[in-house]
Design a binder for this molecule. Structure first.
Ligand code: SF4
Length: 269
């Protein structure tokens, strides 16, 4: 498919910058398929200083700056995130034509209401939180460093965000692999009941793919790889409309506002 000229021009434009920052590659989880070796810890003070200088230098040309926080688990280094976000917001305050946006990819364990409020205050408005399905399967693959379940606390953090009276977006990235594909409908029903009607909550299906590292052989050769590469975005359907969700199995789900989930016709290739 040809890329539209407008997209090519936008991607080459000097007035738009997106930076993906990893404040730490450490993590409080040890997911069984993770590609990280966790050898790199937090970003050094010298690198943080360099990032701020880089932003200052580029800001004069910029109209749109997006800072995307990634890891490891970025919420293990909140001071780095705070320092850079405050700097970026200072630049935007001094330059009215500069708009700053920010998102974070997190396992959600530390995203309690106080943490979410701090991030929103800093201008982080989009949260991507990954789950591996309902607790019964999530807690097998998404374990804490040293062991221990993680689903319940992440779920409580997400539920708490429904009570926040501020704009934001939560993308629940639902990991799909051979060991959880049969439980997706259970998760989707629970998700619909919890978040139906709140359009700030969205779903992204993502297949767990081999990305390198020692876990690849263990995980993907043990039958955990899903049979088919497929993913989809889905917003919980507002009134009168229905969102369609594709899964790696040959099924289609329709999710309705009333928190019901219908199974539809097999999905064509
Ligand atoms: S949350 Fe899991 S997959 Fe993500 S960095 Fe930590 S251990 Fe790896």
């Amino acid at each position: 498919m040809a890329i539209p000229d407008t997209e090519i021009h936008a991607s080459l434009a000097n007035n738009v910058l997106r930076l993906i920052l990893m404040p730490t590659e450490a993590c409080n989880f040890r997911c069984t398929y993770c590609y990280e070796d966790f050898e790199n810890g937090r970003m050094s003070a010298a690198v943080v200083h360099g990032v701020k200088r880089f932003l200052t230098r580029r800001s004069a040309d910029l109209e749109m700056l997006t800072l995307s926080w990634f890891g490891g688990e970025p919420l293990l280094a909140p001071d780095v995130l705070t320092e850079v976000m405050e700097h970026a917001r200072g630049l935007a305050a001094a330059q009215p034509g500069l708009h700053v946006a920010s998102d974070i990819t997190t396992n959600g364990f530390l995203l309690d209401p106080a943490c979410a409020a701090r991030l929103l205050d800093l201008g982080v408005g989009t949260f991507q939180v990954s789950l591996d399905g309902p607790a019964v399967v999530h807690d097998r693959t998404r374990v804490r460093t040293g062991g221990g379940a993680t689903f319940q606390r992440i779920w409580e953090n997400l539920i708490a965000m429904t009570t926040v009276q501020r704009p934001f977006i939560v993308v629940v990235r639902l990991h799909v692999h051979g060991a959880n594909v049969d439980t997706l409908a259970d998760y989707l029903n629970a998700h619909a009941k919890a978040f139906a009607g709140d359009r700030r909550f969205r779903l992204l299906f993502k297949e767990v793919a081999p990305l390198g590292g020692p876990a690849d052989d263990r995980f993907h050769s043990s039958g955990h790889r899903s049979a088919r590469r497929s993913w989809a975005h889905c917003a919980i359907a507002p009134a009168r409309s229905v969102s369609s969700v594709s899964t790696p199995t040959r099924q289609k789900f329709a999710m309705r506002r009333a928190a019901t989930l219908s199974s539809c016709a097999p999905m064509a290739d």
